[in-house]
Design a protein around this ligand. Sequence first.
Ligand code: ATP
Ligand code: MG
Length: 736
Amino acid sequence: MPSDLLENLNPKQLEAVTAPEESVLILAGAGSGKTRVLTTRVAWLLEEHLATTSEILAVTFTNKAAKEMVTRLESMLPYDLKRMWIGTFHGLCNRILRRHAEYAGLPKSFQIIDSADQLAMVKRIMKAANVDPERTDPRSVTSFINWMKEQGVRAAHSGSIGGADNSLKVDLYRAYENECQKQGVVDFAELLLRCYELLERNELVRVHYQQRFRHILVDEFQDTNVLQYRWLKLLAGTGLGPDGGALNSVFAVGDDDQSIYAFRGANVGNMTDFIKDFHVSNPIRLEQNYRSTKAILDAANGLIEQNEGRLGKNLWTDGAKGEKITVKELDTDIEEARWVADQMENAREKGAKWRDFAVLYRTNAQSRSIETELSGRGIPYRVYGGLRFFERAEVKNVLGYLRMITNPWDDTSFLRVVNTPARGIGAKSIEVLQNAARERGISLWAALTDRMIEKPAKLTAFENLITQMRIAADGMPLLEAINHVIKASGLEEAARKEKDGGDRVENMREVISAAKGWLENEKVELNHPAFAPVSDDSPSPMEGFLTQATLEAGDRNEKADQDAVQLMTVHSAKGLEFPWVWIIGAEEGLFPHFSAIKTESKGSKGGGLEEERRLMYVAITRAKKHLAFTHARERLMFGNAFKNPLSSFVKEIPQALLDIRPAKKGYQPAYEDEDQDEKGWGRSWGSSGRSGRSQGRGGYGSSTYGRSSSMGSGDSMSFRGTGQFDAMQKKAAEQS
Ligand code: ATP
Ligand code: MG
């Protein structure tokens, strides 16, 4: 191994990288080098000949992180890493399922459905079962299904969950399972559950992987859910190793303070279980932070200390103190966007690059005003998440056709494209077909091609279209096949006729570029036939590409080194770092989000608010050198104007670290609680002098909103704005 690699590690990191080949838990705060240690561990194992590339399985939280890890390893090592498995839980499960589809009870060309398609399917099932969507929210049904799957529970075993409401949901869950099976589609949660069941039930498959993956490495371990943890245990062979430990070495790194997916079933308890189940003798702690200035780190530490029940750790840096953290008040969200863009332009004049800047927000909807501002100024930017490329309607239409010629039994795709572009197939005809399919318990395509079933001629024309498309595409390479589908489907022509169809045509053609990027990435020959498997180990280019389009909806073939400002939610910023960070919408109701405040104020323990605080901790610790919070006195959300007070989380940061900049002089503070008592934040903030607010007015003050435990006055939490939160929640539900 190039020895300088190890030289750059501190003693604790070195200990972690070179730990014996047993299971290892690294419990360490943000920016302490966990990901770096994990990557170096892989390099070390290979260099020391303790493992071959095919014996390594590394789990990352996003596809982007997986790619970054491969790139780093490639720059460190002279090996071909093709045989090493690096990916997300979903990606890895998909890979295993593709290889053993028949054992998993799936068609070889099974398709993955995203959450929008899942919701559409649930709605159809509810309609067929005469369940009133006004009384039973289809979203609550999908959440129920996903939650059950994440707990590893099938509909058949959900019986013990009492209550009439739940018994309806269990019935719908069962119908949904049948429907997916019939159509050969799996949702995201199913990928995991199906793979888990395969490993659990099929000894041959299980033993094969247990013998193969001698080293399993997991980043962001704090966010694994119950099922993922059980999956890891199966692969690692817990209980099968010497003296009852695991057969294989699992190297897990995580930070309990950054657990932000409890709402989706992640379980921090996995960290303590891990120590027990995997016989970890001594968890390693890394305490030196290499990412942020002292001011930023102190702010993060000050905030997270308010949480209870932490595993506890000290994080320090010997880096520079750095500048204070800006807290900027603006009049409106539009002003907020302007101010952020101004700041960026200033910094850029002084030598920063666009890519050094990140804007983080709590909810996707907040990106809009920033996007408008940046594009108005011609500043290049990239939005992660949000409505992603592969989720755009015109792109999904193209994918719908591609899926139809790959697996025509997929009802979701069938319904998407049967009358897109419009070809005169009415709702009536489709309903006739749906009824026929339901009666016989078959897919729409099966009903369509059943000669015994009478159907309108236009439907037969559709059948011919799909069949011809499939025949035509059969010998073609992937790019040619996609091009053929865009044209033969009539999608392109229809878009050209529309007023603003140009963009849409461009997006459709982008699918071809995305596919090209995929082929290059996977090192598949451009002229390899679309439907022929690439090797024993990998599916056909068409299947591979469609999988990535669903699983990695955001990470299309992007040039990572593109010089652009990055916009993303805090959730998607996990693990990343940027020299400059703006956390916009630092307001009570937005961040912490009203839904968390609400559950908390209803007295639900286990802390929606604590999870929000961890989320803010993640946000703050993304910043290396410069950090600013912004909050608007008035903000347009969901078409309504909201006046939110400053986030209580900002108030929990030691005040000496902050540089508070109010909106223009002469304004009345936008905050409620003008006459707060003198004990609360009102006083300390109001008296700072810097804020320009007169003392006693309370400025930012509100011990009502703030969690005042740092002031030693307990946690009274009452929310005057609860009515407002209700309104927001209602609006949000309508919009999403
Ligand atoms: P997070 O919890 O946010 O995922 P992390 O613990 O994974 O953070 P890394 O991303 O691995 O931290 O490291 C943070 C930064 O510190 C990176 O830029 C990394 O290169 C740098 N770093 C880590 N260890 C060292 C070291 N020993 N010397 C210098 N820089 C280091
Ligand atoms: Mg990391």
